[in-house]
Design a protein around this ligand. Structure first.
Ligand SMILES: [Cu+2]
Length: 65
């Protein structure tokens, strides 16, 4: 499992947006997003970390390194 801390999620709609954005990326699977932890967990088969961060940033949230 990979993990990514994400700032800016404030409700379950945010969680769902992040979840869907990650699920759209080919190579990312088993996405689980926690509002309490401000964190996404997922399986990553070879997707560039920067591409994942960009997908989150594009929908208005702030991914950490
Ligand atoms: Cu929200």
């Amino acid at each position: 499992m990979d993990s990514l801390k994400i700032k800016g999620m404030s409700c379950q709609h945010c969680v769902k947006s992040v979840q869907e954005a990650l699920e759209k990326i080919t190579g990312i699977s088993q996405v689980s997003v926690s509002l309490d932890d401000g964190e996404a967990l997922f399986e990553n088969s070879g997707v560039n970390r920067e591409d994942i961060r960009n997908a989150i940033h594009t929908i208005g949230f702030e991914p950490e390194e």
